[in-house]
Design a protein around this ligand. Sequence first.
Ligand SMILES: *[C@@H]1O[C@H](CO)[C@@H](O)[C@H](O)[C@H]1NC(C)=O
Length: 466
Amino acid sequence: MLFRKLALAAATAFAPVRADDEDKGQSLFVTDDGALAFAFTVPGNGVDLAFSLRVKRSYSWGAVGIGSNDMPGALYFMIYQNLDRDNVTFSPRVTYSNVEPFYFDEPEFQVLPGTGVDSEYMTFTARCLSHCRSWPARGGAGGTIDVSDANQKAIFALGPKEGFASDNVEQNLKIHSRYGRFTLNMKRTRDVEDNPEIGSNPKMDGATLDFSKSGYSDIKSTMHAVLMILGICALMPLGALMLRLGGWVRAHALNQTIAMIFVLAGFGLGVATSFTYQRSMHFKSYHQIVGIIVVAFILAQFTIGFLHHKKFKDTQHPTIYGKVHVWLGRIIIFLGVLNAFFGLTFALNRRYGIVLAGLMIFIILGVFAATIGRRWMTKNRRMRQGDPLAGGSTPYGHTQPWRQPPPPAAGGSSMYPDDPPPGYEPPTQQDQIGLRPVSPWRSNSERKDDDDVPNLGSAQTPREFT
Ligand SMILES: *[C@@H]1O[C@H](CO)[C@@H](O)[C@H](O)[C@H]1NC(C)=O
């Protein structure tokens, strides 16, 4: 003990600088699995700081923020693979709230050896010559570091584990899958002139982990996609089929109302997600603009469908609302499906577009199969019943004028199969005797009860729409 004290006194007496430097050296933070490592020094000589950041290449991006234990106010050093995947792209960033940081071009960096990629890691090593000790606030919490502090706040984050490469320093990102807070001893790194370095087996040194979380993802964004795709790409076309093939008015209304609720919930989540990312927080992208239009159309569609139904019940005649409803429905589904693809690209999930495209092809084939099957069944039933019209070139005969293509003279106003062509005349007495069971207008007007009663069995069911 005495010997030790003496030795220390001697050291102090003969080499005061060395004694003071006993604990000096770079500070190094590393996650428990080595996925992210960060070595830091304050070299002096007018250099703000120096660092080396190493990230496992299986992560899309990695970043360390200094000067804060929260996102706002930190200065971020972020890296990802360059487009050729033979080097790194370095992107210094800042943010003023808890949202995706944006590129910040004021600091001046001098890239050092040790920058590049190997089979497992990407590494960026540099000196910062200016603007790395304080950076602007712009209304948020301003950022500074105190390089003589032994407990400086810092944070880290890793993007999702997926292939990612870009040369763009302003590249849009997905939210982090892991993040955490740590404390960095900057004091002990002062005047350490050796370049910061991360060895092959880095150990925590002059840094402590305060908090970390993994398995994080943007659930709002995922739920937005799930609800919208279910609502618009699946339920809405299904609801259209319910009317077209089954004439199930009530089921149609119920299904489309559920689909609309999905869409409105999805819309809320989409708006909430938008505030998280630089690319979406200004509501200027195609996906967002088209999305807002589609949601407005859906609300209008609900109202129009309701108005049509009310009027149809009174008059038993096609209404202008009905026509608008059919066309607006087609536009909604078309724009909605298109926007689903835009949205997947917007969320940097373009590869899921293939899955969605597969789903859409499946649905379209299903619709074709259902339509053809329906016709075939109707024709067969007629044949079995000895219906003389069954074998004709127009399988539905003139008893179903709303199913015939408009005659050439009909003009644009008769695009809708449930519109009797202008030339249509009520069936003659003889026709009525022969075809009474399948005559739409008669059976309709004869029916006293609600026309909503689902009628699965007959293609001759009076239709409000096609
Ligand atoms: C890697 O990129 C850095 C800039 O980020 C550059 O300074 C360095 O020269 C590049 N290295 C190679 C081998 O291209």
